[in-house]
Design a protein around this ligand. Structure first.
Ligand code: BG6
Length: 487
């Protein structure tokens, strides 16, 4: 079913996110005929474009990034508009409102609107307040939805403040907080894999699982984003949002139905059950790292501190690895080791579930391990490792694996995360968007790390192209366990 006609307003239309993610996503939805019968895209930002010059810019960007044809560009452009405005100035919303009303008639969108805040977070408060001031927040005469990009705050206090503010302008059900990891096909598949099979769920608990690893490794460094990243770091940039959301999907109880409330009720319970980090955990179960200058395959890679727009004495972590415990019935005593970092050997996001060994190894001490590897990206796949008899004399067990590759699906035209999430928002489905209480619980969990980070001793160097600081390997070794990949 196609979504209802609507207007998509992009605040921050001249920015990088709009160019790299939003317009390509909207364009793909358009050519795949997934957008409504009619719609308008209204770009808003300070830069002085006209409708025509904005169309020319977007067309040009899309030709370069997506290779669209002239004909497609012309057809898509008919839906594109632009308004140059100071988003912090309440008065400029008078003209904005008129524009939106006109477009509502031109494109028959009956007042339905999505406001996408693709601006720096410092503008979120002003934009939402100004929309509310001009009654552009009211669900009367068409629905209104607000999409918020991360970061949702800078720490617990500022996140709460932002949330309270948003709630004075919009109702929670109108607020869609994008976490693009939830838009990934393979992350959603976690739910289907777990809850559509009778085979795995009975094993999915502390009686059968020894430990779980979640790795989100990136080979890139901070690239052009040093200015943003140096104030953010791996804990805020990846752990507080993407990784905790993924962990929640791995660990959650089955919801009674798949809808926004039922799903997110279970997600928040997991995050609230994470064992709060005490002083001792911060010392023993947390490793913060920063990549240092190194030579990889003969090529010299700069250290983090020499990256553009990064403070030469920066103490911002580009790696975080930690052990988390979930204090509930299902997971009591099962550690979740979670890590993410920049400049690691490869781009790889995966979940590894390590099952307990057989109680009594009759085929020798080196019994095969039972591991389930859910590869989120790239080369999306699911692999099960187990033991089989080595052909020949005797009874020696060897490790083999069975795997399923997404590429082998006949229909593997996967929507990108932004395509899926934009479409869901148009349909009013918030299942894959972060809810206020979960975001708050995530901040509550990571706040002790943010406080602890300020202390000088807590940062370890690691070489570019390695799997992070040695200290992170030791963290597992002392528990008698290991990462699937380590240096
Ligand atoms: C973003 C972070 O949210 O996620 C980036 O700000 C990170 O620093 C990116 O590189 C990773 O996303 P993906 O989809 O490439 O795994």
């Amino acid at each position: 079913v196609k979504p209802e006609n609507n207007s998509i307003v992009i605040f921050g239309a001249s920015g990088d996110l709009t160019k790299r993610k939003l317009l390509p996503a909207l364009f793909h939805l358009y050519v795949n005929e997934l957008l409504p019968e009619d719609f308008s895209i209204l770009g808003a930002s300070k830069t002085a474009y006209t409708d025509d010059s904005f169309r020319a810019k977007v067309t040009n960007d899309l030709i370069q990034s997506e290779g669209i044809t002239q004909q497609q560009a012309e057809a898509f452009s008919k839906h594109l508009y632009y308004i140059s405005m100071d988003m912090t100035d309440a008065d400029s919303y008078v003209a904005f409102k008129e524009r939106l009303e006109t477009l509502s008639v031109t494109h028959n969108t009956v007042g339905n609107a999505i406001y996408y805040m693709a601006t720096p977070p410092s503008l979120y408060a002003a934009i939402s307040a100004n929309l509310a001031k001009h009654k552009l927040n009211k669900d009367r005469n068409g629905w209104k939805r607000l999409i918020v990009e991360k970061p949702f705050g800078y720490d617990l206090a500022s996140a709460n403040e932002l949330d309270e503010h948003l709630h004075t302008c919009f109702r929670e059900r109108q607020v869609y907080r994008i976490d693009h990891y939830l838009g990934k096909e393979t992350v959603q598949n976690l739910l289907v894999y777990r809850f559509s099979n009778g085979l795995f769920e009975p094993l999915w608990n502390r009686s059968f699982i020894d430990y779980v690893e979640i790795t989100a490794a990136e080979s890139l460094g901070v690239e052009e984003r040093g200015g943003y990243y140096d104030h953010s770091g791996a804990v805020r940039d990846m752990l507080q949002n993407h990784l905790l959301q993924v962990l929640a999907l791995v660990a959650m109880e089955p919801p009674a139905v798949i809808n926004a409330d039922a799903m997110r009720n279970e997600v928040v319970k997991v995050i609230q059950s994470l064992r709060p980090l005490e002083e001792q955990d911060l010392r023993d179960n947390l490793v913060l790292g920063q990549y240092t200058k190194s030579v990889v395959n003969g090529e010299e890679m700069p250290g983090y501190r020499s990256e553009k727009d990064v403070d030469a004495d920066s103490r911002t972590p580009t790696y975080v690895g930690m052990k988390m415990m979930i204090d509930n019935w299902r997971w009591n005593g099962v550690p979740f080791y979670v890590r993410t970092g920049k400049r690691m050997p490869e781009r790889l996001t995966e979940i590894v579930v390590h099952f307990k060994k057989t109680p009594h190894p009759i085929f020798g001490q080196n019994a095969p391990e039972n591991k389930l590897i859910l590869r989120i990206q790239p080369n999306e796949s699911i692999q099960m490792d187990f033991g089989l008899k080595k052909p020949g004399a005797g009874f020696t067990a060897q490790q083999v694996s069975m795997s399923f590759d997404y590429n082998s699906l006949e229909e593997n035209n996967l929507l990108t995360a932004y395509e899926r999430l934009l479409l869901d928002c148009m349909k009013g489905d918030a299942t894959l968007f972060a809810r206020s209480d979960a975001v708050k619980a995530c901040w509550e969990f990571v706040q002790p790390i943010l406080d602890y980070k300020k202390e000088a001793k807590s940062l370890f160097g690691y070489k570019c192209g390695s799997w992070g600081p040695n200290k992170a390997d030791e963290m597992l070794e002392k528990d008698g366990r290991e990462w699937r990949f380590s240096s």
